[in-house]
Every structure is written in C-alpha cells, then in structure tokens.
Design a protein around this ligand. Structure first.
Ligand code: MG
Length: 204
C-alpha cells in the first residue's frame, strides 16, 4: 500500500500559506509507517515545534491501473475516508526555502492518522459536493467542500497514474481546505464527513 498526497488543492488554503496556484497537482508521498489507525494517539515529535493539522478526504484505490484517462478514472476508486496530513511546518518551511524535498516534514512516523471506516463512493449523491470538517477540543477548525477543489478526484487519479501505477489499496490524500494551524499536546481532534464522525484521537 502506498500513500499519495496532493498539495495546494484548495484555493483558500494556497492563499493562507502564500503559495502559488499550481498548473498541475502538487504530488508527494508518505511511507506506510506514517499511518495511525484505530483512533490511536498521535505523539508530538521532538524534532518540530510547529506541527500543523490538515484534514483531507482520502480516496481508496480499488483497481490497478496506469495512464488512466479522465473519463475512466471513476472506476479506479471505490471509497472515501478521512485523514490528517500532519505537517511539520517549520521543517517544511526550511525545505521550501532551500528548494529541498518535503519528505521529513510530511512523512514522519504518525503523520497520517486515518479513519478505519471508509464510505462507499456509491453511497454519495454527488462527489463534487461533499462536506468535511475538523474540530479540535470541540471547536470547528477546518471546513471543506469538494466543490472547492482545484483538481477533482477523477483528475487526480488520471494525473497520478501517468507517473505511478496505482494499485488496489493505495490511498490518496486529496488536499486540505483553509484553516490549517498548529496542534498541541492535550488536543483532541475529530474529523467528519458530512455529519458522521469517522476519526477521533488525542495528541500526546
Ligand atoms: Mg495536505
């Protein structure tokens, strides 16, 4: 199982980090050791002082494919979960300034808490109108809707598959809406698709 992730996929989030709007999806990956499941706690790493939450919808790939055309892309994913793309913003900022890769800032141990439950694509009325959100200690912090994505699910599948053969079980983090910010020890994060809480864990 591989974890792909899309950066800068929501315009308002691009603005809040003063990034440029990309012409094509920004792709990065996380190792499978980044995943946390079963609502297990996230342990704040000692190498960062500025770990940010980024709540994201996560696609589950259901069929192997490469060079997938946009019009067939919907046949290659079957479920949507929710996850946090934890980012060591201080390490990422340093890497960006030097034009270096983001791997340690994005792929460290525990940087990808993920819902155990995924919702079937066939159960959604409209994939271009899915609400999702993150609350911390009961307070709403991030709220997104898939209508605001620069690159939709089908385009992401098609684009990724030009470079990487997608395999059944691969996961794709599809980008975060505005409202990213730091977490601290003692926080309790809860992530929702529509009104269903799918992920909840503590920062320790
Ligand atoms: Mg992200």
């Amino acid at each position: 199982m591989r974890i792909f992730a899309i950066g800068r996929n929501y315009a308002e989030h691009i603005k809040e980090l003063n990034n440029e709007r990309p012409d094509e999806p920004v792709i990065f990956t996380k190792p499978d050791t980044a995943v946390i499941r079963n609502n297990a706690p996230f342990y704040y790493p000692e190498f960062s002082k500025d770990v940010h939450h980024e709540v994201e919808l996560v696609l589950r790939v259901s069929k192997e494919g490469k060079n997938i055309q946009d019009k067939f892309a919907s046949k290659y994913y079957d479920a949507i979960g929710i996850g946090i793309d934890f980012t060591a913003r201080d390490l990422q900022q340093k890497a960006k300034e030097k034009g270096l890769p983001w791997d340690i800032a994005k792929g460290f141990n525990g940087s990808a808490p993920l819902s155990d439950k995924f919702l079937l694509v066939s159960d959604f009325k409209d994939l271009k109108n899915i609400n999702f959100s993150l609350s911390i200690n009961g307070e709403l912090r991030q709220q997104g809707n898939t209508s605001l994505m620069l690159f939709d699910f089908d385009y992401i599948i098609s684009y990724l598959s030009k470079f990487f053969t997608l395999r059944t079980g691969d996961l794709i983090f599809t980008g975060t809406p505005k409202g990213v910010g730091p977490v601290k020890v003692g926080d309790r994060l809860a992530a929702y698709i529509e009104n269903e809480k799918l992920l909840e864990f503590d920062v320790k």
